[in-house]
Design a protein around this ligand. Structure first.
Ligand SMILES: NC(=O)c1ccc[n+]([C@@H]2O[C@H](COP(=O)([O-])OP(=O)(O)OC[C@H]3O[C@@H](n4cnc5c(N)ncnc54)[C@H](OP(=O)(O)O)[C@@H]3O)[C@@H](O)[C@H]2O)c1
Length: 294
């Protein structure tokens, strides 16, 4: 880890922030990307206080040339990129017909488009330098999609398909020291649930939440040790991923029933709106979302 360079998108809160801080504590050089510059500056301060080095590159990753600019900034500052983590993501929640189409399309642009652009920028560098680890954030929803998350679930399945094809290209190109790991967490207690577009009229919620710091440690482990492939994070994600493949009918039926109880039976809750989809909101910048305490 000492002296290794990381590029992490979505590093201003939640899982991305936790991975960035852990990489910094282990002596890594971390390039921090997201839209909220103040939040990124705070993460950079914590990394530098713990012995790592940090570079803030604030901006919207969907802007033209954003992934390339990020890669150029990383190489200019740290010389090489060892790990690139496409982690930024947004979540619209609600009945599909009640979510404005522009919210769902925005999730496609940020989540899947971000992985496409970031993977391109990273693999260009990895091919040139002959090594590198690409981590693409998906979700166990790629295997067991959830009701009221339709477009989000589709973006995670899109990332999984992207990665399956890219792994073939990496192998065909003979890039033996390039790995691509698809990260598939279960539900994690991060600010995602406050950031989500609430089109359900109820607080966006998941069910049994994992600790984001434990998830981040698993992702750092995956960057160092996991072979190319899918990486369901933790036992719940592993079981759900297997069930989604061997018994897709029953597992998605059960997931739908559970989501209906968790998401749609609670008390109505404001604010209804687009959350952080189209522009950052001054909301939480912490690693934890505080959902487990509720
Ligand atoms: N929490 C879960 O249960 C869970 C489960 C499985 C997978 N995931 C995935 O994990 C990833 C991280 O989510 P999280 O749970 O840590 O939630 P989070 O705290 O809301 O993190 C999302 C990050 O993405 C950034 N972001 C959003 N739109 C962006 C844009 N257009 N350009 C640049 N950055 C953008 C946000 O920062 P700014 O607002 O500052 O830009 C934030 O840093 C997401 O891809 C999510 O889908 C989460």
């Amino acid at each position: 880890m000492q002296g290794r360079s990381w590029v992490i998108t979505g590093a201003s809160s939640g899982i991305g922030r936790a991975v960035a801080e852990r990489a910094g504590q282990l002596g890594g050089n971390v390039v921090l990307a997201a839209r909220r510059p103040d939040a990124l500056a705070e993460v950079a301060r914590r990394i530098e206080a713990s012995g790592g080095q940090a570079l803030v590159v604030a901006g919207d990753l969907t802007a033209a040339d954003a992934p390339e600019a990020l890669a150029r900034a990383a190489v200019a500052r740290f010389g090489a990129i060892h790990v690139w983590f496409n982690n930024a993501g947004v979540l619209p929640v609600g009945r599909f017909e009640e979510i404005p189409v522009e919210d769902n399309l925005r999730a496609v642009t940020v989540n899947l488009g971000g992985a496409v652009g970031g993977s391109h920028a990273a693999l260009m560098r990895f091919r040139a330098q002959g090594h590198g680890v690409l981590l693409n954030m998906a979700s166990v929803e790629a295997r067991v999609p959830l009701a009221y998350h339709a477009a989000y679930a589709a973006t995670t399945a899109g990332v999984l398909g992207l990665d399956m094809a890219l792994r073939q290209e990496i192998r065909l190109a003979g890039l033996r020291d390039v790995r691509l790991v698809t990260i598939m967490p279960f539900t994690v207690d991060t600010p995602l649930w406050q950031h989500a577009a609430n089109r359900a009229g109820r607080q966006p919620r998941g069910f049994p939440y994992d600790d984001p710091r434990a998830v981040a440690d698993a992702i750092v482990w995956a960057a160092l040790h996991a072979p190319s492939g899918e990486f369901p994070v933790g036992m719940k994600a592993q079981v759900a991923s297997v069930l989604g493949q061997v018994a897709p009918g029953p597992s998605t039926w059960a997931a739908g029933r559970l989501m209906d109880r968790v998401q749609m039976r609670g008390a109505p809750a404001a604010p209804v709106g687009p959350g952080n989809l189209h522009a950052p909101i001054p909301g939480p910048t912490a690693i934890e979302g505080g959902m487990r305490g509720r």
